[in-house]
Design a protein around this ligand. Structure first.
Ligand SMILES: [Zn+2]
Length: 265
């Protein structure tokens, strides 16, 4: 193994391990932000018996497996979401580095941070039907930095993405209030569409929207039928939007190029 291969392998392994640790922190964010709690204090503890987790109860994935998904003290079940978020975030960080590191290490980091933010939006919106401004702001700031590093599209493509999708979502939002007398979307979705349109540019954001709306239609039709929901039961759109944005961010470029080649462009 040559020097370059060694460094590359080292970066991959490091990004996976870092992704696991950050995933562990995302669990804290996902639990505490909607409850208005401080992120730094107190130390993690069992939500049932208040047992304060020791360092060896806090190792990503391993602790969960060794404890069999139960609290060390009271034996209460711990949600598998904790382990899912850690593994998911590690995979997303590894993919960011695998796909973008060679082209631009800075863009790989932007991508990893944006994907972690989307993980928080996904799980919080799923449970609380809320998208917090702080996450949208991180996506938007990632968009500003990516203006200088993505090398795929022009700066005005980012701007068009923000205006077109932020504006489009705002139209749907106010249109639903005017015509249907209710919110068709949350206003958080409008802000997220604007920030993500800016981050991805209109081309990839179009793909993100396609993924979000098709998957939402299919899954919501099935869910409504299976759960026998009454009229007007609300489901969040943010989780679908987050998945669409994440997929478009990681693999949007090859998908769009493949589609254009079909059209002979
Ligand atoms: Zn406990």
């Amino acid at each position: 193994m040559g020097y370059d291969e060694f460094i590359t392998l080292y970066v991959y392994i490091l990004s996976g391990i870092l992704g696991l640790c950050v995933g562990s922190f995302l669990n804290v964010v996902i639990y505490r932000v909607p409850n208005g709690m401080n992120l730094a204090k107190p130390d993690s503890h069992c939500t049932t018996c208040d047992y304060t987790l020791k360092w060896y109860d806090n190792i990503p994935v391993l602790s969960y497996l060794m404890l069999g998904g139960k609290c060390r003290k009271c034996g209460e079940k711990i949600s598998p979401r904790y382990m899912i978020v850690e593994i998911l975030n590690a995979v997303l960080w590894l993919l960011s580095v695998l796909i973008f590191w060679e082209q631009s290490p800075v863009y790989a980091v932007i991508c990893a941070i944006a994907l972690s933010t989307l993980v928080c939006i996904f799980f919080i919106d799923l449970e609380h039907l809320l998208i917090f401004n702080r996450f949208v702001i991180i996506i938007f700031v990632a968009g500003i930095v990516s203006l200088f590093f993505d090398g795929y599209i022009e700066w005005y493509d980012h701007l068009i993405g923000a205006v077109a999708f932020g504006g489009g979502f705002a139209l749907i939002y106010y249109g639903a209030i005017l015509i249907l007398k209710r919110e068709g979307l949350g206003f958080g979705d409008v802000k997220l569409a604007l920030a993500a349109g800016f981050l991805l540019g209109w081309q990839k954001m179009l793909l993100a929207m396609l993924i979000a709306s098709v998957s939402a239609s299919v899954i919501l039709v099935i869910l409504r039928r299976v759960r026998n929901d009454e009229e007007g039961h609300e489901y969040p759109f943010g989780p679908f939007l987050s998945v669409g944005i994440g997929v478009a961010m990681l693999v949007g470029e090859p998908i769009i190029n493949w589609y254009l080649s079909l059209l002979g462009m």
